[in-house]
Design a binder for this molecule. Structure first.
Ligand SMILES: Cc1cc2nc3c(=O)[nH]c(=O)nc-3n(C[C@H](O)[C@H](O)[C@H](O)COP(=O)(O)OP(=O)(O)OC[C@H]3O[C@@H](n4cnc5c(N)ncnc54)[C@H](O)[C@@H]3O)c2cc1C
Length: 918
């Protein structure tokens, strides 16, 4: 039997490659796509329980003619979704599995479950999975799922890594997840076989553990069946019938198989690496790629029993306890793509490519030296699906109503399965998930990207290769860039703009005084024989900020912010989503969609939210009432009835579009939603000097009387027709100019030319983030999410509750108001100069009462600001007095810092500056 060290030596002797790098040139794809069956380390696999080629035997039970929901795929996600649908009381849910349960990826999973991730929602999802496998299923079925609680140990070999773990520990405190930072000596005492000489420290999470795939899925299917759900194996889905209703909406109608069809209004695509093929059956795009993902199982290791699972991020390996042996796996820089996903692949594995896998061995041996002399019992290399941002694909597809996604689990589909299955079930039954699932929602991607193969492939590769990298606050992808560039891109690039990627767009992050830093084509980090970029300025600027301290560009952002507060700054916000809502029912639709009253005269602009039925906030945006114009142009379409111009954050344009479309369809409003995002650019000029600058560029009177706050007008800017809007995202006097694409450059240049004498500077979104938090403006999907109501977020002023006009989410808000708010968004300032980025625990009078959602440094007030929801540990309503009367501290990386709570923004609390009062 080969030992790990021998494998390393063999790989090292191959010509043309170095085992240490593990990145030698080789073909990008797997050859013929071998499907050799290997042994797997589970005692009870379904494979062993029953013979092969079961599909030929036909379905394991007769198909019903109708079903409320059909789940496609019997892996971790399909079984969890079916179980949670049944628990929510959905009758007649059916799961169709092509072969037998778990036969895709699930059967050979490593099954690791860690409880701490750098995301509050993921911590909650993981907690739910853990509850299901360690408690609920056993209580319901009397069967043990195979859950083993052996704990988890994260290894830090440098300070940044330990800092990241300490951030996780602080977040864990807000959720009651026990964890401990251990010194090297303490780690050695816990795990005697570990080499701790090069350790900085570790994070030990005693209640982490290991899931058994067969045990979990069998128990889930039994529990679901006990509640009336049906599991039908050996029944491949061959087609999905879609109908177009009398409103022109495409909806799921039926699922087809060789053994008959099932009429259904709802399908859930849990088909793992086959989800792309299943999506195509309905005309739904599923942006994922299949890759080989592997671990090896060692021979017996004396003294390894009962050790925790280990994740050594810096070595990119994990060591999973396997009885009295270890499974060793990791993430490579050069993973193998599975190009031709075979639909005959069941309980299959690939031959392990040692050229690729060897890169993990050195790290594993370094961590547990006894591995050098330990044999390898079996290799497990199977297919798994990976997505462009390493997050799953969930929710209702924008293309077809009733078609839900539950796929793309990036090697975390066991541990996320329970939480995600529950949210999917909620999504299907209640229209929206219970938690904030935006990070997993298919609508986070713009529709132009979801079938862009190069983008999907590049981004999925980078996400895979960086999976174990520290998640730094200001990191950006290098893959799949320059997909969407706005008309000012070249202008800004020449002025040193360092771009951020959002929704495929390149938007300005900040301006580098040291020169230009273009984003180059993706070099796959030199993998697959690509030439890695040398002296890549953009990459170097990103790397400079790989820290949890104040980043080296802190002072550059400071200059941009203070210029905006003291003179003026111009922000290119062209990536914004810009939609027109027009037609006979547009006013009715606007009343229902928007929480604020937008039924004002043409020329008005209103900041509003859009809510879901639970009163959660799906979006915040500005809505401008339009006067009907005779001619259609990018600045206003021709329309009859009423018209509104909607400006939404560019990173969430698809989400907004899909939300509005869904509501229009559900309510059968007769109006049109028109997307003009690419036809218009937008610059925002903000600061005390903005009026003086623009007065020289625009042909309009910009006085408070002639052009008040929250209004808009068509005006000429340097001779070009634009829509000027008096608004602010940063708490200053300022105007946005919405400009037809061909006019963007001349208008921008005119503004810059005039602005030079007024101290006008270019500024980016890093400055907006700081300025907006300083002013107390909310950021959607940070401090305002689908699970936060505007009342909890301090945005009651955006809700027309004093009127009698019904609107989506109103009933939930009224109920919440009557019962009292269970949590409130609170602004904190920290006196000590310490950087915070979110996820810090909030302590009130010695008790953890929440965590920080968003934090940044405010340069005008010269303090760190942090926003987080505070709850009363007793479970009671949270009044303003409760907020004011506490004594607070924020815990960052295990250290607490005294903090002041504010019920009003500490910067310009009387809102004078936006009114032009300086
Ligand atoms: C080596 C390795 C190690 C891993 N380790 C971990 C880990 O430690 N922790 C963790 O959480 N995750 C881990 N994962 C990931 C995890 O195993 C997967 O994310 C998870 O199993 C995916 O489940 P799924 O239900 O999405 O897909 P699958 O298990 O692949 O299920 C999809 C099912 O759909 C069926 N199907 C496909 N097409 C059709 C059709 N037309 N009709 C009917 N049925 C169809 C397939 O037969 C298959 O059974 C690992 C993965 C690998 C490869």
């Amino acid at each position: 039997m080969a030992s790990l060290s021998r494998a390393l030596r063999v790989a090292a002797t191959r010509p043309g490659r170095s085992p240490a790098q593990g990145l030698g040139p080789r073909a990008l794809t797997s050859g013929a796509g071998a499907t050799t069956e290997k042994s797997v380390p589970y005692e009870r696999t379904l494979k062993e329980a029953r013979g092969p080629s079961a599909v030929a035997q036909g379905p394991s039970r007769p198909l019903p003619s109708t079903a409320n929901v059909v789940v496609i795929g019997g892996g971790s996600l399909g079984c969890q979704t079916l179980y949670h649908l049944a628990k929510l009381g959905v009758s007649g849910a059916v799961l169709l599995e092509r072969d037998r349960l778990t036969s895709g990826t699930t059967w050979h999973t490593a099954g690791l479950l860690w409880q701490l991730r750098p995301s509050d929602v993921e911590v909650e999802l993981l907690a739910h999975t853990r509850r299901v496998v360690s408690r609920d299923l056993e209580e319901e079925t009397g069967l043990h799922t195979g859950w083993i609680q052996n704990g988890g140990l994260f290894i830090a070999s440098n300070r940044q890594r330990l800092d990241e773990y300490k951030r996780l520990m602080s977040l864990g405190k807000a959720y009651g997840v026990e964890s401990h930072v251990l010194s090297p000596a303490e780690t050695k005492a816990l795990y005697p076989l570990m080499n701790v000489d090069d350790l900085y420290g570790t994070l030990y999470v005693p209640h982490d553990g290991t899931m058994d795939p067969a045990g979990t899925c069998t128990t889930l299917s039994r529990a679901a069946a006990a509640r009336g759900a049906q599991v039908i194996e050996n029944c491949p889905v061959t087609g999905i019938r879609v109908r177009t209703d009398d409103f022109g909406v495409r909806r799921v109608a039926a699922v087809e198989t060789e053994h008959g069809s099932i009429q259904t209004p709802c399908v859930v695509n849990c088909a793992g690496v086959w989800a792309d093929a299943v999506g195509r059956m309905a005309g739904v795009k599923v942006p994922l790629v299949a890759m080989h993902h592997a671990y090896v199982v060692t021979e017996r290791i004396e003294g390894i029993q009962n050790m925790p699972n280990v994740r050594d991020h810096d070595a990119s390996v994990y060591l999973r306890l396997q009885g009295d042996a270890l499974s060793v796996g990791g993430y490579e820089a050069n993973p193998i793509f599975w190009e031709e996903v075979s639909d005959k692949f069941a309980f299959g594995l690939f031959d392990l490519d040692w050229d690729v896998f060897t890169q993990h061995i050195e790290g594993a041996i370094n961590r547990v030296p006894v591995l050098e002399k330990t044999g390898i019992k079996s290799t497990v290399c199977g297919p798994e699906s990976f997505t462009p941002d390493h997050k799953p694909l969930m929710g209702e597809a924008p293309e077809v109503r009733g078609f839900f996604l539950g796929c793309g689990f990036n090697s975390a589909g066991m541990m996320l399965g329970g939480g995600c299955g529950r949210e999917l079930a909620h999504w299907i039954v209640h229209g929206r998930p219970e938690k904030d699932m935006y990070g997993y929602d298919i609508r986070r991607f713009h529709h132009s990207l979801t079938d862009h193969r190069r983008w999907i492939r590049e981004r999925s590769h980078e996400s895979y290769a960086k999976n174990y990298s520290v998640v730094f606050p200001h990191d950006e992808p290098l893959a799949g860039r320059n997909m969407r560039t706005d008309p000012l891109h070249e202008e800004l690039l020449a002025r040193g703009c360092v771009f951020q990627e959002r929704h495929g767009w390149e938007r300005p992050g900040w301006f580098n005084p040291g020169g230009t830093a273009p984003v180059l084509h993706y070099d796959y980090y030199g993998a697959y024989g690509n030439q890695a970029h040398q002296g890549y300025a953009y990459n170097r600027l990103l790397a400079d900020e790989y820290t949890f301290d104040f980043p080296p560009h802190h002072d550059v952002i400071k200059q941009e912010c203070l210029a905006c507060r003291g003179a003026a700054a111009v922000f290119d916000m062209s990536y914004f989503g810009k939609f027109y809502l027009v037609g006979a029912d547009a006013s009715k639709a606007a009343d229902w969609l928007f929480s604020a009253d937008v039924s004002r005269p043409p020329g008005s602009t209103v900041y509003t939210c859009m809510l879901n039925p639970q009163g959660g906030t799906e979006s915040d945006l500005t809505v401008s009432r339009l006067a009907p114009g005779p001619e259609a142009s990018a600045l206003a379409p021709a329309f009859e009835g009423d018209g509104f111009y909607l400006a939404v954050g560019g990173a969430v344009a698809q989400h907004n579009w899909s939300h509005i479309t869904t509501v229009l369809q559900d309510q059968r409003f007769r109006c049109q939603l028109i997307d003009s995002s690419e036809d218009l650019g937008m610059i925002s000029i903000q600061g005390p000097a903005s009026r003086a600058v623009l007065q020289e560029v625009l042909d309009a009177d910009l006085s408070n009387e002639a052009f008040p706050f929250s209004t808009h007008k068509l005006v000429r800017a340097a001779g070009h027709l634009v829509r000027a809007m008096r608004l602010s995202f940063v708490g200053e006097l300022g105007w946005e100019l919405h400009i037809p694409r061909p006019s963007c450059v001349p208008v921008y240049q005119a503004v810059m030319a005039v602005g030079a004498k007024h101290g006008l500077v270019n500024a980016g979104y890093r400055a907006i983030d700081s300025l907006s938090i300083e002013k107390g403006y909310r950021h959607w999907h940070a401090d305002l999410r689908p699970d936060d109501s505007p009342l909890e977020a301090g945005l009651a002023f955006t809700c027309k509750l004093r009127s009698s006009t019904p609107f989506l989410g109103r009933e939930a808000l009224e109920k919440q108001r009557a019962e009292g708010l269970r949590r409130r968004l609170v602004c904190f300032t920290v006196d000590e100069k310490v950087p915070m980025f979110g996820l810090e625990a909030i302590w009130r009078d010695g008790q953890a009462v929440g965590h920080i959602r968003r934090a940044d440094f405010g340069f005008a007030i010269d303090k760190t600001l942090a926003y987080g929801y505070v709850r009363d540990p007793s479970g009671g309503p949270v009044s303003l007095d409760f907020v004011k009367n506490g004594s607070y501290s924020l815990e960052r990386m295990g250290v607490t810092y005294p903090a002041q709570a504010h019920v009003k923004s500490p910067f310009d609390p009387d809102n004078k500056r936006v009114k032009g009062i300086y």
